[in-house]
Design a protein around this ligand. Sequence first.
Ligand code: IMP
Ligand code: MG
Length: 181
Amino acid sequence: MEKIKIGDEVFIPFITEEKIQERVKELGQTLSQDYKGKVPVFIGILNGSFLFMSDLIKNFEGDCEIDFLKLSSYGDEKISSGRVKMLKELNCEVDGRDLIIVEDIVDSGLSIKFMEDLIAEHHPSSMKVISLLVKPNSLKYNVKIDYIGFDIPSKFVIGYGLDYAQKYRNLRSIYVLSEEK
Ligand code: IMP
Ligand code: MG
């Protein structure tokens, strides 16, 4: 795997495609066990979670449904704006359903907090959160992430759905911003 130069910034390989796929498979198997006999609704948070969501449900055995919510907090920057905007609402009925919120990455926890408060108003039967990545040292809100792919340091990462100014989501591996210039 090669480094990626973006302007005067350098991103270095961090989590390989193989490692991601292996972990997503394990998470899919765990969810298959935990939701045996139920028909959960996976709710992906766009845009970042689209690849993770797709690989995750391919590893889920049993019936399930999917829907997407679109939130935005980062604009085109590397730090969160601190505000969350809802850009697309849910289309499915969530009353009485078992929901699995699918995130790409949890940083401050603001997006998840916003989502949980919003969805709780609709009285689902249960609601759990799965995130491929979590930056534990960046958490500022009291949120519980029920299933975690990888805990990572508080550094900016791109690839496998994660963007920098909307680009690089199509990278198969995850890269981290390096200190070097
Ligand atoms: P939070 O609301 O502060 O937890 O931020 C969560 C959202 O910010 C994620 O869903 C991502 O869309 C974005 N985000 C946080 N950290 C990164 C990163 O390192 N790279 C790309 N996007 C990120
Ligand atoms: Mg996101």
